[in-house]
Design a protein around this ligand. Structure first.
Ligand code: FAD
Length: 371
């Protein structure tokens, strides 16, 4: 950009915000990053990163610090609820030349991104108001202070305040899915991503290294349903009758995090010099495990646009038009896959036995291509 934006504010220090901070720093800018939570809040549970997330981390120069963390996942095995194999996906083959797939504690990914951001993150700092102007945006913080910026980036997640304040969209829409997550130590030995599919419910277990397992389960319920009062009891009720290895995993589960999933679909991602990245712009249910990958790719593309386009307006337009086809693909495929929850296993399972591997690989086809 002829005149690079000097004052850049990134709101949110999670995957999208920290990755963008690094990408902009590599492009020679010095963004300010604010995060409403204190530094003592550590992300729980695990995360599964498919090959395109690892490619984006490599492009950010962060694959080195990531390599010793978690476990490389080479296969996905899809089983019926009794534990009989329906199909398998060879992930090394699917993501050949892109990146290996990895499962790791979320806190480890966060640490890598936080170190990589290469500058101070102002924790305990919440954005409360925006005045979007023609050239600059005035931002009000929770401590009563104000500052003006040439570019404001909402990396503040699916319930984004920036999205609301900039008039880009309202609340996220619940998709009718409740998700249970747990990190398990001392469970059975599991070496691959193993998913057991029931009707309107499923459970996935994968290794995260050092004997830890990441357990992820979901159930489809009418949109707006409240999470259960005791998620551990509900998890055991839902999956207690499932086949191997689920009973041994449930036996080892001690703590469960529960979340209601929702999605964000917007007609525009920017207004004036305010733009959204990551879940704030395009959250989906986590079915394809593409949330982090999309956030990381957003960061790379937005930084490239800021570096190469002649104005903020051109950079933001270029960013959105390059990113939309991929995020729309993820949203559409996620909805496709989630709709199959309503199909009875009697109809679904024969199809998955004969064509499951092809169907599941097809969901990632567009994402194999470079960003
Ligand atoms: C149950 C579940 C399981 C998932 N599993 C996977 C998976 O296995 N693989 C995968 O790739 N993705 C997964 N995802 C998706 C993934 O977690 C998200 O896509 C990813 O975290 C998006 O990152 P983000 O930085 O855009 O938003 P977030 O991670 O939501 O971060 C937003 C940040 O902004 C901060 N913030 C919010 N408001 C303000 C404010 N006003 N001022 C300052 N700071 C603010 C928040 O505190 C937070 O730190 C899952 C999601 C869910 C719900």
């Amino acid at each position: 950009m002829a005149q690079a934006p000097v004052r850049v504010l990134i709101v949110g220090a999670s995957v999208a915000g920290l990755a963008l901070a690094r990408a902009l720093r590599l492009a020679g800018l010095r963004p300010t990053v604010v995060e409403k939570l204190p530094p003592s809040v550590v992300a729980g549970a695990g995360i599964f990163l498919p090959g395109n997330a690892i490619r984006a981390l490599r492009e950010l120069g962060l694959d080195g610090p990531l390599r010793p963390l978690g476990a490389v996942i080479r296969h996905q095995r899809f089983l019926d609820s009794a534990g009989r194999q329906l199909c398998a996906v060879d992930l090394d083959q699917l993501w050949d030349g892109v990146g290996e797939c990895r499962a790791l504690p979320r806190a480890d990914l966060h640490r890598v991104l936080l170190t990589g951001a290469g500058g101070e993150v102002r924790h305990d700092t919440e954005v409360c108001d925006l005045e979007v102007g023609d050239e600059t945006t005035k931002v009000a913080f929770g401590d009563g202070s104000y500052a003006e910026y040439d570019l404001v980036v909402g990396a503040d997640g699916r319930r984004s305040t920036v999205r609301q304040l900039a008039g880009l969209g309202g609340a996220a829409h619940p998709v009718g899915q409740i998700v249970y997550r747990s990190v398990v130590s001392g469970g059975p030995e599991i070496t691959e991503w193993t998913g057991l599919l029931g009707q309107r419910a499923g459970i996935v277990v994968m290794p995260m290294g050092y004997g830890r397992l990441y357990c992820y389960a979901d159930e489809a319920l009418p949109a707006g349903s409240a999470p259960p009062a005791d998620p551990l009891v509900r998890l055991r009720d839902l999956f207690g009758e499932y086949g191997h290895p689920v009973p041994a995993v449930l036996e080892a589960v001690e703590k469960v995090q529960v979340a209601v999933t929702d999605e964000v679909e917007l007609s525009a991602w920017s207004r004036g010099n305010v733009v959204l990245v990551g879940d704030a712009a395009h959250a989906t249910a986590p079915t394809l495990s593409q949330g982090a990958a999309m956030a990381l790719e957003d960061a790379l593309v937005l930084a490239e646009m800021v570096r190469t386009r002649s104005s903020i307006a051109e950079a933001l337009a270029g960013y959105e038009s390059r990113r939309r086809p991929r995020t729309q693909w993820v949203l559409d495929r996620t909805r496709d896959r989630d709709h199959t929850r309503d199909v009875s296993p009697a109809l679904r399972d024969p199809l998955l036995r004969s064509r499951g591997s092809t169907i599941f690989q097809e969901h990632y086809r567009l994402l194999i291509d470079p960003v």
